[in-house]
Design a protein around this ligand. Structure first.
Ligand code: ASP
Length: 406
């Protein structure tokens, strides 16, 4: 019998999990453990994977000149796509005006809100971690990335003997991490079944979805339309015209990773799958994926950036605030910063919105007004975040003259 491809298995699991969550919510603990173990397994590999991939990637890039060129290109592309996404959101929110005349009631309390607004500056300072072991245990991805880049780069500055030993060691370490990843990915359909069934059961138990849909429906529609425009038009156009790659083939190559991003709402947890897909299915070299993708999962969040702006504008509209164009312009940059500062974990974008709200002087608690529909929007924006990282890897690889399968 022909084996069903993994992304089909995941799609079947998604459909079944929705049915299970709706029909058997009281038996959710029978299946939710599969989701927890799957997510734990992904989290288990993320830090050693980022560490080994960036060190081996940067060491293999070679000299300072190549590293500088690749770094600038990658960051430039990330900022460009995030800004394009934000402008798309701005366009849709100004045309649809989802918040005008909406009565939102009292905001629900959002956990970690004050902390997020206070710690935003710290997030930026933590790019250089004072204690690397603390960065590991606290999951400070930016800090780990900085350390790994330094380590990888300075490997290339040591004597030939050490260069060979260390590069070989980290190449081997990275290969083992990728092998563990491939093994974990085999369990994706089961893990996703457990994760999604739990989300469906929880949302149904809250029972406020129908009510929320009436006041937040147009807001959701605006976010979804803008995200779709970015995912189906802007990014594929960049792939086709700048990267000279086939967006359909690349979409197929990414299917499993994208479905996982959707199900986990976490670009960090999806990173192992993104790396495997871009390397194995697209044929991008290890040198590029191992540098571009971990960085992307941490700082490049087009979906989140777009959402930050639409959500903040929606709240402003609901408060009856007329945001002048200059302030909207400032909000664009605040949304960019918030998306860079947001971690690749569920709901990070929601709490980071305090950064954008403070630009227009709205109370931070206002974030609680859109909490009811955040989970579903989180699933969608995370998928767009991962999609954007992967298109970047393909475009950079092509620009470096690599021959790809897409
Ligand atoms: N969940 C998103 C991600 O991991 C971040 C966000 O909440 O927007 O990419």
């Amino acid at each position: 019998m022909k084996k069903i491809e993994l992304h089909w298995q995941i799609l079947i699991a998604l459909v079944l999990s929705i049915a299970y969550g709706l029909l058997l919510p009281e038996y959710i603990s029978w299946v939710s453990w599969m989701g927890t173990i799957f997510l734990n397994a992904l989290k288990m590999v993320i830090i050693p994977l980022i560490l080994s991939s960036i060190i081996s990637g940067v060491a293999n890039i070679g000299g300072a000149e190549d590293f500088g060129r690749l770094g600038l290109k990658t960051l430039g592309y990330y900022i460009l796509t995030s800004l394009l996404a934000i402008v798309t959101g701005l366009f849709f929110v100004n045309i649809i005006h989802p918040g005008v005349g909406v009565h939102l009631g009292t905001p629900e309390a959002v956990h970690g809100l004050n902390q997020a607004s206070k710690s935003f500056g710290d997030t930026l300072l933590n790019i250089v971690p004072a204690n690397i072991f603390k960065a590991f245990t606290k999951g400070n991805m930016l800090g780990i990335i900085t350390f790994s880049m330094f380590f990888g780069f300075f490997i290339t500055q040591t004597t030939k003997k050490y260069q060979i030993i260390l590069t070989d060691f980290f190449n081997a370490f990275f290969e083992v991490m990728m092998k563990i990843t491939s093994f974990i990915i085999k369990f994706a359909p089961l893990g996703i079944f457990g994760l999604v069934a739990k989300v469906v059961a929880e949302q149904t138990a809250k029972g406020n979805l129908g009510e929320a849909a009436s006041s937040l429906g147009l807001y959701m529609l605006t976010v979804i339309l803008a995200l779709s425009f970015h995912a189906f038009i802007t990014l594929p156009s960049l792939l086709k015209f700048i990267g000279k790659a086939n967006p359909f083939k690349h979409g197929k190559a990414m299917a499993t990773a994208l479905l996982t991003a959707f199900s986990t709402s976490s670009s960090s947890a999806t990173l192992p799958l993104t790396m495997e897909a871009v390397e194995k299915n697209d044929g991008v070299s290890n040198k590029i994926t191992s540098f571009v993708l971990p960085l992307g999962a941490t700082v490049n969040m087009d979906g989140t950036a777009l959402y930050e702006l639409v959500a903040a504008m929606f709240i402003a509209q609901a408060y009856g605030l007329d945001v002048p164009i200059v302030q909207q312009f400032l909000m664009v940059f605040a949304a960019l910063l918030a998306s860079i500062g947001a971690a690749g974990i569920p709901m990070a974008g929601l709490v980071m919105m305090t950064v954008v709200l403070s630009v227009i002087g709205l109370p931070l608690e206002a974030v609680g007004l859109i909490l009811a529909v955040d989970r579903i929007l989180d699933m969608m924006r995370t998928t767009v975040n991962v999609w954007s990282d992967s298109t970047c890897a393909v475009i950079i690889a092509k620009s470096e003259g690599e021959k790809l399968k897409v």
